[in-house]
Design a protein around this ligand. Structure first.
Ligand SMILES: Cc1ncc(COP(=O)(O)O)c(C=O)c1O
Length: 425
C-alpha cells in the first residue's frame, strides 16, 4: 500500500473516524417489531404472517401476480433457472441437471450468483458482452449469439448496480428467437423501465424473475430473496421445490428433487420492517449519485450511465469510469495488482487504495464472468464478434464502485470527492 499520509497530494485530509461503507444495511426499528411478533407468536419457521405479508406487499409493489419468499437471491435464481429449463426440456432424472447438454446466454458483467445456477443444473453459460450505455447485456452481441447458437432458449439478464439494461431490444430479440428471460433484479429492486410507453418494475420484465434481500441491497432482510411471477402454477411449483418437494401424501413422498430454500418468518419480519423504506432508500441513493456527478464533473471520469428516457434506476451503487487518456498504468493479476501514480491521471486501484487509507469502502467493478478462472473455457460473444473488442473487460479495467452507503452524510461524500480529486493531482 502507498503511504497516503506522507503523500503531499493528500495533505490535510483526515481519515473518517467511522468507516464509510460501500452499501450497508439500514435498520429503522420497525424490523424489531415484526421479528418480535414472530417470536412471541411462536411462528419462527417457514410459515407465518410476516412471510404472507411480504409476499403480498412485494407482488403489489412490483406489479406481478405472485411472489415467493426464499432464503436468498441465489436460491431464487436457481429455482427460476431450473423452472425455465423444465419449461423447455422437461424434468431431468434425479441424478442429472435440467440443463444437461444445453447452453444458456448470460449477462457477463454481473455477480457470479446470476450465472452459477446454469452450472448447478449442468448447463453451459455462454457470456454475452456488455454495452457502454447502461453497462448491461449488449443486444447486438445477443443477436450475434443467436446466430451462432440458434438452439438456445434461455437468457439470464441482470441489471447491473440497479440500472435497467436495454430491455426492449433484449426482449424483442428473445421473442424473435423463441427464448425466455430469467431476470436477475437482485441489485435493482425499485428500478423501472418504460416498455411500450408503460413503466414496469424490474422483477416483472422477464418470464422468471428474482430479487434479493442480501445485507448490502437497497432493502434487506439480513438475507433472503424472492421469485416473482404472474403464473399461479409457477409460484406453486417454486413454493413446493423450496420446501423439499413434498407431495400431498400422509408420508414423505417425492416425485421431484427438493430444496430447503424457503425464507423463515423471522427474516421475513426484517423485510416487512424494511419495505416501507424502499422508496426513501432509492431517493437517498439517487441524491448520492447526483452529488458524485456534480462533484466529479471537472475530472476525466464519467458516472455509471443510464437511459434517462426509458429507465429509472434505483441507484444502488454509484460508480465511475476513468477516461482512457487519464488512466495511469495499472496491472491486475489473478489476485494482486500494482499501479503507478502519474500527475493528472489515476487508476481504479489507486483511488480504491486512497479511499481505504482514509477509511472509506469502494470496490472494483464486478469482474466479468468470461474473465473468471471458473468460466474460462466458456464461450464469450461480443458485438463485433471479435474477442479483442471486450467492453466488459474495459469497464472492469477503468471503472470502480464508489462508497454509496445511504447513511453517508453530504460532508463525508464531499471528503470522498476531494480524495478522488487528489488522486488525479
Ligand atoms: C446480480 C446479483 N445476483 C444475485 C445475487 C445473489 O443474491 P443473494 O446474495 O441474495 O443470494 C446478488 C447479490 O448478492 C447479485 O448482486
Amino acid at each position: 500500500m502507498n503511504s497516503f499520509f506522507s503523500d503531499k497530494r493528500f495533505e490535510g485530509i483526515k481519515p473518517f473516524e467511522k468507516k464509510v461503507w460501500l452499501a450497508s444495511p439500514t435498520m429503522h426499528g420497525e424490523e424489531q417489531r415484526w421479528v418480535d411478533d414472530a417470536i412471541q407468536t411462536n411462528w419462527v419457521s417457514t410459515i407465518g404472517a410476516n412471510i404472507n405479508e411480504i409476499e403480498e406487499k412485494m407482488a403489489e409493489y412490483i406489479g406481478c401476480g405472485y411472489a415467493v419468499a426464499l432464503a436468498s437471491g441465489t436460491s431464487a435464481l436457481h429455482l427460476a433457472t431450473k423452472l425455465a429449463a423444465e419449461h423447455f426440456y422437461g424434468q431431468a432424472p434425479a441424478n442429472e441437471g435440467t440443463l444437461t447438454g444445453r447452453r444458456v446466454f448470460c449477462s457477463d458483467c454481473t455477480f457470479d450468483a446470476s450465472v452459477n445456477p446454469v452450472a448447478y443444473e449442468d448447463g453451459e453459460a455462454v457470456f454475452i458482452d456488455t454495452e457502454y450505455d447502461t453497462w448491461n447485456m449488449d443486444p447486438v452481441a445477443l443477436e450475434r449469439a443467436f446466430e451462432t447458437y440458434p438452439d438456445v432458449k434461455l437468457v439470464v439478464i441482470a441489471h447491473l448496480y440497479g440500472t435497467p439494461g436495454k430491455i426492449a431490444e433484449l426482449k424483442s430479440i428473445c421473442e424473435k428467437n423463441g427464448a425466455l428471460i430469467v431476470e436477475d433484479a437482485a441489485e435493482s429492486l425499485g428500478a423501472k423501465y418504460k416498455l411500450e410507453g408503460k413503466w414496469v418494475e424490474t422483477g416483472a420484465l422477464g418470464q422468471y424473475n428474482c430479487i434479493s434481500f442480501n445485507g448490502n441491497k437497497i432493502i434487506t432482510g439480513s438475507s433472503g430473496g424472492m421469485f416473482l411471477t404472474d403464473s399461479k402454477e409457477d409460484s406453486e411449483k417454486i413454493r413446493k421445490w423450496s420446501t423439499q418437494s413434498r407431495e400431498a401424501a400422509p408420508w414423505y413422498q417425492h416425485r421431484e428433487i427438493g430444496y430447503n430454500y424457503r425464507m423463515s418468518n423471522i427474516i421475513a419480519g426484517v423485510v416487512r420492517g424494511q419495505i416501507p423504506y424502499l422508496d426513501e432508500h432509492i431517493a437517498q441513493k439517487k441524491a448520492i449519485w447526483e452529488r458524485y456527478e456534480r462533484g466529479l464533473s471537472d475530472l476525466p471520469v464519467k458516472m455509471n450511465p443510464w437511459d434517462r428516457e426509458s429507465s429509472c434506476p434505483n441507484f444502488w451503487l454509484s460508480c465511475c469510469i476513468i477516461d482512457d487518456e487519464a488512466m495511469a498504468p495499472m496491472f491486475r493479476g489473478d489476485q494482486d495488482y500494482s499501479y503507478k501514480s502519474v500527475s493528472g491521471k489515476s487508476s481504479p486501484q489507486e483511488i480504491l487504495e486512497a479511499l481505504a487509507a482514509f477509511n472509506a469502502e469502494g470496490r472494483p467493478i464486478w469482474k466479468p464472468m468470461h474473465l473468471q478462472p471458473l468460466y474460462k473455457r466458456h464461450a464469450f460473444v461480443t458485438a463485433e464478434g471479435d474477442q479483442m473488442a471486450d467492453v466488459g473487460a474495459d469497464i472492469f479495467r477503468r471503472g470502480l464502485c464508489l462508497p454509496s452507503d445511504n447513511k453517508m452524510t453530504a460532508e463525508q461524500q464531499d471528503r470522498i470527492i476531494d480524495i478522488i480529486h487528489r488522486c488525479f493531482a
